[in-house]
Ligand binder design. Structure first.
Ligand code: AMP
Length: 276
């Protein structure tokens, strides 16, 4: 990381990886903690995200705007909160960078998934994911991109959902681009380009939880049909002809029995409840 001189008054510039952060002087000791499709995230005693080229095209601008507005509006303990937002540019003509300042968490769920979590911690993490999602759904917001890298936790096991770049408000079932949720966590109706609703987020939560229960045994869930079995006639009837032909020609699988996927001994009891 290299410090620069040329920054507007009250700001300083510092290079982080391939990116230059020009940030308010009050945020010192910046260190990178992660990067996603939308930008690079650093920490001081807060998390600061520099949105990657937010105005390069209409899609990026809409995503940046959605993330900013939703993070500001949604107020729930399981959704990441926006503390501040700023730009080093002071005129509309120059306006090109947006920085979002958020509450700082300790790790994302990818880093936690491999840990041998006991039943109590697993349940608490799942409960908090569901509380966050329920709150979003009650405001007619579908997240659409839930995955372990955009769920963050603290060492005290509290959890918050990040990233609203792909979220948009619901309002009935409608078609949206099929490429919005990272494949492993996508509901079938999203993969197959059918109309979809809030429940696509519940599917993603199920996949994440399944991975939390199984991943530390290095056997994460295989893609959809090899786990749940081949789609039935009722589901196939809802597909358009081309997609139906594709699905029908896929290899046939029997669904895995639930007891085999998630045997009871995968849920380690806490010392307290074992003793009881
Ligand atoms: P994002 O670009 O929002 O998907 O974030 C990319 C990564 O940065 C995440 O997977 C987290 O590891 C990290 N990150 C983002 N926001 C925070 C935060 N508020 N607290 C801690 N880590 C974060």
């Amino acid at each position: 990381m290299t410090a620069h001189k040329s920054a507007p008054p009250g700001f300083y510039s510092i290079e982080i990886g391939d990116s230059t952060f020009t940030i308010l002087e009050r945020y010192q000791n910046l260190r990178p903690i992660g990067s996603g499709a939308q930008g690079i995230v650093c920490k001081d005693n807060v998390a600061i995200k520099k949105l990657a080229r937010p105005f390069q095209n209409v899609t990026h601008a809409k995503r940046a705007y959605r993330e900013f507005v939703l993070m500001k509006l949604v107020n729930h303990k399981n959704i990441i909160g926006l503390l501040n937002a700023f730009s080093p540019q002071s005129s509309l003509e120059e306006f090109s960078d947006v920085y979002l300042v958020m509450e700082l968490m300790d790790a994302n769920l990818c880093q936690v998934i491999q840990m041998d979590l006991d039943h109590e911690r697993l349940s608490y993490l799942l409960y908090q994911m569901l509380c966050g999602i329920k709150h979003l759904h009650s405001a007619d917001i579908i997240h659409r991109d839930l995955k372990p890298s955009n769920i963050v936790v603290r060492t005290d096991c509290t959890l918050k959902i990040l990233d609203f770049g792909l979220a948009r408000t619901a309002g009935g079932s409608f078609m949206m681009t099929p490429y919005v949720v990272t494949r492993y966590y996508r509901a079938p109706e999203v993969i197959l380009g059918m109309g979809y609703q809030e429940n696509v987020d519940i599917w993603s939560v199920g996949c994440i939880f399944g991975e939390m229960v199984r991943a530390r045994r290095s056997c994460s869930l295989a893609p959809t049909t090899s786990t749940t079995g081949h789609a039935g006639p009722e589901f196939l009837a809802r597909l358009n002809t081309a997609v139906r032909n594709y699905v029908q020609n896929r290899p046939k699988y029997q669904p895995w029995p639930f007891e085999q996927l998630f045997p009871n001994d995968y849920f380690r009891q806490t010392a307290r409840s074992t003793a009881a």
